[in-house]
Design a protein around this ligand. Structure first.
Ligand code: ADP
Ligand code: TRP
Length: 321
């Protein structure tokens, strides 16, 4: 069973990334051959145009993942572009991928709908993502809900190739944890995302974090009024960090009414700080040893390339290259 996922180094990770994706990576790691995780810097090239920033983000992503519990003895961690086989497979897949499949993908469709010009990298983004998954015979792909469509597209792309050339690729499945499939943003408007500027970053300073949490949007109904915890974003954020008992108690409080959102926020500040305290101090330690982190990435790339080479040979054999 191969587990694989990638995450773009487009900024520092936020709670949505952690609970929706990274926490699953860590829970599922069980051996270097079984769990492959990579930093998707080729995908990030579609948005980051600054060399220094991309390099720094890539290193930061590695540090963050290791600090959060990704264990190089239990998983293979590498940088996407350190496995050049990926670009070769991407081209081969492009030749059997129907345009229509890519035209319906959200990222591209949304940009077009807004009248913005899209470049070919955005349009073919899902093919590169399919190559990421198929290059390692991946079975299970832990991601947040917003990536589900891309995994479906990957299955279609694999299916189209298999149909043309015979069984070549393993069909992957998405692994989405429903409790954290969609972490809401601080504004309560939808999902937490760096594109909406409504995030709390996992490792940002505690002061900034506190300010952001205290500023979570809430409604202005009177304090006494009973409230429904279901669908309330402050409640949802709180329950990510709280124990089952604490969550049940807060649900009770909501239903009874007569409480202030400010107190809930204050508790959330404390819970979040405790939750990530250990990771935060590990991050400090690791940031003093960037060369060790680079060595982990180099070893990871070597492991990944071995598998990539095997699959790419199979693919080239199948299609006459
Ligand atoms: P962003 O939307 O901030 O740009 P990415 O698209 O880079 O985040 O997402 C990286 C990973 O984190 C993906 O697996 C994605 O599904 C997951 N993820 C991002 N935001 C959320 C969220 N609010 N809730 C759950 N998972 C999320
Ligand atoms: N598109 C994913 C995201 O934005 C990142 C990604 C790239 C990925 N390649 C992947 C995720 C392969 C899972 C598998 O989050």
């Amino acid at each position: 069973m191969r587990i694989l996922s990638g995450i773009q180094p487009t900024g520092r990770f936020h709670w949505g990334n952690y609970f929706g994706a990274i926490r699953q990576y860590i829970a599922l790691q069980n051996g270097k051959e079984s769990a492959f995780y990579f930093i998707a810097n080729l995908h990030a090239l579609t948005t980051i145009r600054d060399k220094k920033q991309l390099e720094q983000n890539t290193l930061d992503a590695a540090l963050d993942l290791l600090a959060l519990g990704l264990d190089p003895n239990q998983a293979t961690l590498f940088v996407q572009s350190d496995v050049p086989e990926i670009s070769e497979l991407c081209w081969i897949l492009m030749t059997t991928t129907p345009m229509g499949l890519l035209e319906k993908c959200h990222a591209y469709k949304d940009k077009k709908a807004k009248g913005l010009t899209a470049h070919a990298g955005l349009f073919t983004y899902p093919v590169l993502m399919a190559a990421d998954i198929l290059l390692y015979d991946s079975n299970l792909v832990p991601v947040g809900e917003d990536q589900d469509q891309h995994i479906e597209v990957c299955r279609d792309i694999a299916g189209a190739f298999n149909h043309t050339y015979g069984e070549t690729f393993v069909l992957p499945k998405a692994h989405i944890v429903q409790d954290a499939a969609k972490v809401p943003g601080l504004d309560g408007g939808g999902k937490m995302s760096k594109s909406y500027n409504n995030t709390v970053e996992v490792f940002e300073s505690l002061n900034v974090q506190k300010k952001k949490i205290m500023g979570i949007t809430t409604d202005s109904r009177p304090m006494e009024e009973p409230k429904d915890p279901v669908g309330d974003h402050l409640f949802a954020l709180y329950s990510l960090f709280a124990s089952a008992e604490q969550t049940a108690m807060l649900a009770d409080t909501y239903r009874r009414g007569n409480f202030g959102y400010g107190n809930v926020k204050k508790e959330l500040v404390v819970l979040a700080e405790q939750f990530f305290a250990e990771a935060r101090s590990r991050r400090e330690e690791l940031s003093a040893k960037p060369d060790e982190v680079r060595a982990v990435l180099a070893t990871g790339a070597a492991t990944a390339r071995k598998k990539a080479d095997e699959v790419l040979q199979r693919v080239k054999n199948a299609c006459g290259l």
